[in-house]
Design a protein around this ligand. Sequence first.
Ligand SMILES: C[C@@H]1O[C@H](OP(=O)(O)OP(=O)(O)OC[C@H]2O[C@@H](n3ccc(=O)[nH]c3=O)[C@H](O)[C@@H]2O)[C@H](O)[C@H](O)[C@H]1O
Length: 469
Amino acid sequence: MEDVSTLHIAMFPWFALGHITPFLHVSNKLAQKGHKISFFIPTKTQSKIDHFNRSPHLITFIPIAVPHVDGLPSGAETTSDVPNPQLFPLITAAMERTEPDVEILLRNLKPDIVFFDFAHWIPKLARPLGIRTVFYCIISPLTVGYSYGRVDFDDEDSQISEQTFLHSPPDFPESSAMNLHLHETRLFVVKSKPPPSGSGGGTGRISLLHRLNISLKDSDALAFKACREIEGPFIEYLERKFRKPLLLAGPVIPEPPVSTNLDEKWVNFLGSFKAGSVIYCALGSEWTLTKDQFQELLLGFELSGSPFLAVLKPPHGSETVEEALPEGFGERVGERGVVHGGWIQQRLILEHPSVGCFVTHCGSGSVMEGLLSKCELVMIPHEGDHFFQARLLGKVLEAGVEVERAEEDGFFTRESVRKAVRAVMEENDSEIGRKIKANRVKYRELLLRKDLESFYVDDFSQKLKTLLV
Ligand SMILES: C[C@@H]1O[C@H](OP(=O)(O)OP(=O)(O)OC[C@H]2O[C@@H](n3ccc(=O)[nH]c3=O)[C@H](O)[C@@H]2O)[C@H](O)[C@H](O)[C@H]1O
């Protein structure tokens, strides 16, 4: 019988840094168990993540040439290389065109297993080659459980509307807490419909949710970056839905940053405030606010009375964050607040003792970093999985507060921002605040438990081996 003491695993994540990076984090954990990894990566993108590779002797990057698709900026490889989300379908189309190269690589490299996510055609390529396929999902089981099976993609007449997504499936855990708001459902409608023609053609015109459904159905096994201690009921829900192995990689806590040096500018700024007093706000790598929401958010921080550091892209229609600031804002907040338009060392900022509150869009990376920090959490979810992460943190785990928004258009006001921030920062003054703080401490301790991560990585590694038997 074949020796399965260690495996050769190929990784083929969706061409977005929010996916490539967590695929590399799980590769690091698997390499610690001795598994060899061939990591398929768009050629120029490799330099952006090289520094996360903790086991270069076991993790080899395999460059993938990304074909040009009309309408994409020259050289664009991932979603972070395009100026707006309307161009994401073109990235999808470019990924589809790598299929012949991926097939040759799989044939030549002969891995035991391939991990993939949105490239729904991987099982079809891999099966004849005797390679097992794992749909590795960096978005939560909760999100997948809520979204799966809502639309019959084989029925061309299937009607898709906001109502399709408004309520949880019948037997869904915590169903009333999970129901989406009307403004949130629209995004799911968009993600259910094929992108418009002129989006690269071919299978690039399969909707994102359709892709997800095919991947879930056709793969040999499902695997999630998740743990039962946090998402138990939702994991059990998926186990009931899919009669195939469901593996858990655990929280997959990224290794600490190599550099321990926070830029001096931020050391000086944060160092001038007392412990736990500063609000840090960042909305991930993809979200650009409208100008009025950009201003409401900042006015909310101003009203809160706390010092703040807001890391935001210039809003739509503005070249810089400075030109978009509310009238008289700089004079009023003075040294108390900074609005920064560039990239920042988020993990180091969150570790700074002066930072007491993290206002997050609930991207999966930021949620984990927030839970691992000592900060209180305020959630302003932006899309897809963010909504569910926000409900999970706010309503199920009761470990943070979500900013209230208008049902119809999702608009949040300065007052709703102020209210959420004050609720967590003055936790000692209210029963709800005290409960949230206690829960946040509980989940931080849980995630930092040494045996939690090692249990999941060991178990994940073992169960992957059984897929070969
Ligand atoms: C497809 C989508 O990718 C999304 O990525 P996004 O960048 O929005 O958010 P994070 O996962 O928090 O990832 C953002 C990452 O960037 C880091 N960072 C951010 C801003 C900054 O100034 N400096 C930093 O170091 C941050 O620390 C985090 O690790 C999400 O996954 C989402 O769940 C998924 O659906």
